[in-house]
Design a protein around this ligand. Structure first.
Ligand code: C5P
Length: 403
């Protein structure tokens, strides 16, 4: 089963208005399509001077609409049908001129007419010169739109005209991710989730470390699914070779000590904490400043010291998240050891994996049992994404009860 994006099969009208940021709208059209949206581009006349309609047509596979009084377009899907068809109208880039039209209910062209006629979700990504953005009338229009439609950006920085300031259109990926997170009304909508993932590396000397075989795949799958289900997700990960799931706030750390600090900095009104990281239980008591030499240094002299148990510190701290869920990777007596850890670490549940023979580390599939105090649920074996879905399906009703 693949994870569904909010955009999957959604009808999106991408309104493109006349500014240099039009080139970013091409990437945006592709990104929305990649997420499964059916994208209908509507351009203003001015926009066609920056990027040709043919470009968008090639990217979306649909004929671009520009003019309202186009008999061909009206014979097919007229502006009212298009307004009804849309699940979302996203105007990106949105110029100062179009912002004024949308804010004031004026409808001199197809895009502004559609906007006025549609009752669907609406969003704009403003893009203009920084002076135009600061202009009191633009700011007044912004105020008119705020609270009614989603406003994404603008970003600050060097502008195409050479000015520096606020007015750059947000990047395509940021726009898609922001919309994904806000439009997704999944069972974890409005929830804050913190997940740890991957191994930790505990330095021995400048080039060596103690580590383990964790790939981070389980924690990343959990983060991706939680985001898809509407949660705001912070993923705190040790060193891994994985791409950040869309819409997830990723914090990279190396050692258990760094992970502990990062986790506690993220514990602000968290609903759910999942410790999927394979944290090193120990670290060298001191880190050699120079690379150890096999001939000179007696390696048996590396003494180890215990690392703090991060999840236990989370489960017992004043900012304790609503639910604290751990993992137990065991090679024998899986359930028994998992139950002991559930109690010792003060967890609400623990996800027990049998890792005898190392079968689960680094794999895309997993088998696990969700162990609560007094009950357990065998999860259907599957990809780490599928298992994550079942985990959240079980946990989300518990969150609703507790909060
Ligand atoms: O004790 P054990 O390492 O088997 O416990 C596994 C669980 O505890 C996992 O959820 C892991 O993320 C968490 N853990 C931790 N800090 C440690 C060791 C384990 O948070 N130092």
């Amino acid at each position: 089963m693949t994870q569904t994006s909010w955009f999957q099969n959604k009808h999106v009208v991408l309104g493109v208005t006349g500014g240099i940021a039009c080139y970013k709208a091409c990437e945006l059209a592709r990104e929305l399509g990649r997420r499964g949206a059916i994208v209908q581009v509507v351009m203003t006349e001015a926009a066609t001077a920056f990027v040709s309609a043919l470009t968008f047509q090639a990217l979306t596979g649909r004929e671009v609409k520009v003019s309202m009084l186009d008999p061909k377009a009206e014979a097919g899907m007229g502006h009212i049908e298009l307004a009804r068809w849309a699940d979302l109208i996203l105007v990106a880039p949105c110029t100062a001129n179009t912002m004024a039209l949308l804010a004031q209910g004026q409808a001199p062209d197809l895009l502004s007419t559609l906007w006025a006629a549609a009752a669907c979700e609406k969003a704009i990504a403003p893009a203009m010169n920084q002076q135009m953005w600061k202009h009191p009338e633009t700011q007044a229009n912004l105020e008119r739109l705020e609270g009614k439609v989603q406003i994404i950006g603008p970003d600050s920085g060097i502008q195409a005209c050479g000015d520096v300031g606020s007015g750059r259109m947000s990047e395509a990926l940021d726009i898609a991710n922001t919309l994904e997170a806000t439009l997704n009304r999944g069972p974890l909508a409005g929830r804050r989730v913190v997940i740890t993932a991957g191994p930790t590396h505990e330095p021995v000397d400048p080039v060596r470390y103690l580590g383990n075989r964790s790939s981070g795949k389980m924690g990343f799958a959990l983060a991706e699914v939680a985001n898809r289900l509407g949660a705001t997700v912070t993923l705190i990960t040790g060193p891994v070779h994985l791409e950040t799931p869309a819409g997830v706030n990723r914090i990279d750390v190396e050692t258990a000590g760094d992970m502990h600090t990062a986790v506690h900095s993220a514990l602000d009104q968290v609903d759910l904490f999942i410790g999927a990281a394979a944290v090193c239980d120990m670290r060298p008591a001191s880190v050699s400043k120079q690379k150890l030499k096999k001939s000179k240094d007696d390696l048996s002299q590396i003494t180890l010291t215990e690392n703090i148990d991060i999840i236990h510190s989370v489960a017992t701290c004043p900012d304790r998240p609503g639910l604290v869920i751990g993992f137990a990777a065991e090679t024998e007596s899986v359930l028994e050891h998992a139950r002991q850890k559930l109690i010792a670490k003060s967890l609400d549940a623990i996800i027990a994996n049998c890792v005898a023979g190392g079968e689960i580390f680094g794999q895309d599939v997993t088998e696990a049992i969700l162990v609560f105090s007094g009950s357990e649920q065998k999860l259907v074996p599957g990809t780490k994404s599928e298992v994550s879905q079942e985990i959240f399906a079980t946990l989300s009703p518990l969150l609703a009860k507790r909060i």
